[in-house]
Design a protein around this ligand. Structure first.
Ligand SMILES: NC(=O)c1ccc[n+]([C@@H]2O[C@H](COP(=O)([O-])OP(=O)(O)OC[C@H]3O[C@@H](n4cnc5c(N)ncnc54)[C@H](OP(=O)(O)O)[C@@H]3O)[C@@H](O)[C@H]2O)c1
Length: 334
């Protein structure tokens, strides 16, 4: 398993991290199977994945609880736990709240759910337009000094927001959406991270399953699965994305003898100081992890990939549909 430094924190993590949003159930079709979820987390560790990404809002505590349970009894020291703060919820509604008071409350709740007395990487989930960025940063700096957290991350922040944050606290990682189909991070975040020695934890590396090659035009998503509201999964765009996946898969097989999934994750890892967050809720979903390690895409492959994307995806759309509202917007919508 390849590994990288998480910025200047002194922490070193595997370049594939397990994403545990789906394990929480919320926005992924309802309650997950507990035993299967625990097996998925433990299997990640067995495969050399040392970074586990979760958040309080994933299943409203359930994902963190499952991660804590899976790592209890001997695995805690083998894992770096990355969790987040700054989203509040009530009766299934979610809004941003990164006030120092909220963060202080959340860290204690996360420590309890995760069955640990420190969090390796603590990330602000979304920038909160109603709280001065430096106040949020100050709250994380205090947690770092107290030893409750070992590194500081931000997620969904712009370079300007990171500049503001860094006036009051260091940033060791940034977590933007980034995959073959979602490239917004290329207009500023990747270069900012490289310039300031910040690790990039890329979320949605599989584009919510689209880049695994297993989704077809007839795939049905159950209950509250977010892909029912994802514009990429709605026609006529869905057909364009599926055609791109088929073409990328053909190329991956012909050139490397691998599937589109391996090509897509390798592509994320070949973009810089990156970690690919791989969302999985069943251990078998991690079987292709080994296919991603130990090789690199060459320039010819990178050019061919760009050509396929240009040819097939005529009407690209980003992941903006996932952004939670601010407290004010949420109150207005209520
Ligand atoms: N900071 C943020 O705002 C933010 C936002 C989104 C995500 N994240 C983080 O990033 C992680 C990854 O993103 P994500 O979970 O949204 O999406 P993702 O990693 O792009 O896709 C995950 C989904 O892909 C499917 N999959 C995984 N391995 C597979 C395999 N081998 N074969 C077939 N299908 C497979 C599974 O769907 P099925 O189980 O339905 O088959 C899985 O739930 C999250 O878990 C979370 O930790 C952070």
């Amino acid at each position: 398993m390849e590994a990288i430094e998480i910025g200047t924190s002194g922490l070193r993590a595997s370049r594939i991290a397990l994403g545990t949003w789906a394990i929480g159930g919320w926005m992924w079709g309802g309650t997950s199977d507990l035993d299967e979820s625990i097996r998925a987390v433990r299997s990640a560790i067995e495969r050399g994945i040392t970074l586990i990404d979760t958040a309080p809002v994933y299943g409203f505590g359930r994902s963190e609880e499952i991660v804590g349970l899976a790592l209890s009894g001997g695995l805690r020291e083998r894992a770096l736990i990355a969790t987040k703060a700054g989203l509040e919820w009530q009766a299934g509604r979610v809004w941003r709240n990164s006030s120092p008071m909220r963060i202080r409350l959340e860290v204690e709740q996360s420590l309890r759910r995760l069955r640990t007395d420190y969090i390796d990487l603590y990330q602000v989930h979304w920038p909160d337009p109603l709280v001065p960025t430096q106040e949020t940063a100050g709250a994380l700096a205090r947690l770092l000094n107290e030893g409750k957290i070992r590194a500081i991350g931000v997620s969904n922040f712009s370079p300007a927001q990171m500049d503001e944050f860094r006036k009051a606290a260091p940033i060791h990682s940034v977590q933007p959406p980034y995959n073959l189909f979602e490239r917004e991070a290329e207009s500023g975040i990747l270069s900012y991270a490289a310039e300031h020695d910040i690790a990039v934890l890329c979320y949605g590396a599989l584009c919510r399953g689209l880049l695994t090659g297993t989704i077809t035009a007839t795939t049905k998503f159950r209950g509250g699965d977010l892909r029912r509201n994802d514009p990429k999964f709605h026609q006529p765009r869905f057909a364009q994305y599926l055609a791109a996946v088929a073409s990328l898969d053909g190329y991956a097989r012909e050139r490397y003898g691998l599937s589109v999934l391996a090509l897509a994750v390798r592509w994320v890892l070949d973009q810089g100081n990156t970690v690919a967050l791989w969302g999985a809720r069943r251990q078998a979903q991690l079987d292709p992890v080994a296919d991603v390690m130990g090789w690199k895409l060459d320039d010819q492959a990178k050019r061919r990939i760009e050509q396929i994307l240009l040819e097939k995806v005529k009407d690209p759309v980003g992941p903006e549909f996932m952004a939670p509202p601010s407290r004010r917007e949420s109150a207005l919508a209520a």
